[in-house]
Unconditional design. Structure first.
Lengths: 107, 155
């Protein structure tokens, strides 16, 4: 079950978030991405690997070059993760509200 | 995001912010949190202990009709200021998760509306994300079970 990288883990890192922001603007080669950072090429390529493994980035071959594309579908999944948690609280709070609207304090 | 309840969980942070506006005077909203018989009704759990004071403790327990415990949680109460705030810890009993710290801020908006903001702080980003995913995974399991049921009938 741990084979696939966790999306949450992927976006927890500030450098990886910066990479996503860059690539979301337009598809880029690994070296073009690395040029935007002070970190070593190796470090950046490790980050790209994590992002690709959890499908936030997609690879596409153009001639000799590999371009990385942003995958908005996967990003939407993160919002979907939070939705059931939100719904759980929404249900509880709706109950609280209707309960207390009927509430008559005992003297 | 639809609905009155907002959940903010920024990437890479170890807290969750839950905000909700109620069509209730602040006194009634606060009361729903401190009176055990009210809390039992909207939380759908049994209140074993609820000491609304500094150095107090609390304990909730949900069982099915056979007495099997479905949910059990406990914590300590750090501070309670009527119609203003509750600071407490929360821990699911024997669930293997570490305790979390909760700040509940109650705010009057108008005479008949009020707002509750809950900030939940976790030990780590991972701990927060795991907690956040629980209802999601529960939902997935439910969907999976339903799918299995349907599949069985088709065979």
């Amino acid at each position: 079950m741990e084979l696939r990288r966790d999306v949450f883990q992927a976006i927890a890192d500030p450098t990886r978030r910066a990479i996503i922001t860059l690539v979301a603007l337009h598809a880029m080669t690994p070296s073009a991405i690395a040029n935007h950072f002070d970190s070593s090429r190796q470090t950046i390529s490790r980050h790209i690997k994590v992002l690709t493994e959890c499908e936030l980035l997609r690879q596409e071959q153009h001639g000799r070059e590999i371009y990385y594309h942003f995958n908005p579908e996967k990003m939407r999944e993160i919002a979907t993760f939070i939705e059931p948690f939100r719904q759980m609280w929404e249900d509880r709070f709706n109950k609280l509200e209707s309960l207390m609207k009927k509430y008559k304090p005992k003297k | 995001m639809k609905g009155k309840t907002k959940v903010q969980a920024d990437a890479g942070k170890q807290d969750i912010l839950i905000t909700r506006t109620f069509e209730l005077p602040i006194e009634l909203l606060f009361r729903a949190y401190v009176e055990p018989e009210l809390l039992e009704q909207w939380m759908g759990t049994k209140v074993i202990k609820l000491e609304n004071r500094k150095h107090g403790g609390w304990e909730f327990k949900t069982s099915d009709e056979n007495g099997t415990v479905l949910f059990q949680a406990n914590g300590v109460i750090h501070d309670v200021v009527p119609n203003s705030k509750i600071i407490r810890t929360f821990e699911m009993t024997n669930a293997g998760f570490e305790p979390q710290l909760e700040f509940l801020d109650f705010e009057a908006l108008t005479e008949n509306t009020s707002r509750l903001t809950i900030q939940i702080v976790f030990r780590s980003v991972d701990a927060r994300d795991n907690q956040l995913k629980l209802p999601f995974e529960y939902g997935i399991n439910m969907a999976h079970n339903t799918l299995e049921e349907i599949a069985k009938k088709l065979l």
